[in-house]
Write a protein that binds this ligand. Sequence first.
Ligand SMILES: [Zn+2]
Ligand SMILES: [Zn+2]
Length: 264
Amino acid sequence: MAHFESCWQYLTTHFSDFQLATIGSFIIHESVFFLSGLPSICFERTGRFSKYKIQKKSNTPASQEKCILRLVLYHLCVNLPVMILSYPVFRWMGLKTSLPLPHWSVIFSQIIFYFILEDFVFYWGHRVLHTKWLYKHVHSVHHEYATPFGLTSEYAHPAEILFLGFATIVGPALTGPHLFTLWLWMVLRVLETVEAHSGYHFPWSPSNFLPLYGGAEFHDFHHRALYTKSGNYSSTFTYMDRIFGTDADYWKLKTLESNRGKAL
Ligand SMILES: [Zn+2]
Ligand SMILES: [Zn+2]
């Protein structure tokens, strides 16, 4: 912790709170998003790890490039201005940058709370996005990729980008976190959604070890199915879909696949 605190002191003495909360958050987000999202594009192009690929179909290099270009455009023209304009809101909700850094138990419990709340808000918002008008005019952009790869996780209509941003900050807005906790939350949420869209289910994928965690297979089904029947609306966990019965088609398919596997 002492090492983190000396790094943190360096940042807070060389940069203003505004610079750290806006430009700093943007740089961290872009670095983590593109670095974690690019491997699945490389795997698709080279055929590496093809036995772990969830769908047989692959995206063309042209469609992958279209996704990257659109993301760069939206991140610069939507995400960055939103981060700058919402700075007063973050200040108002009690964002701190001072030392000492919060205790690990506080960071851990706040981040668990953010994941649970984000998943809840995302589940209901996502169900609304699957109603006819909103799907046609907004959410169909995200579903352009029926075979997702990591970077498609943030490929969405600007209105949906705003909704995703809202779902992400509603937890921090309630707890008034330290900027360090907010950055860690942002990094984990990006890694989670990139993994869910990666298109690969590895033996080391987190859904093999974490109970109630959705992961790539769970969200991949959502992209494959027809929009009225897709189900699996949650972002991180599986229990909301289980409670409200929106995972029935997914589990039917899983049972069918495992029975077919046993028969062979
Ligand atoms: Zn959807
Ligand atoms: Zn998706």
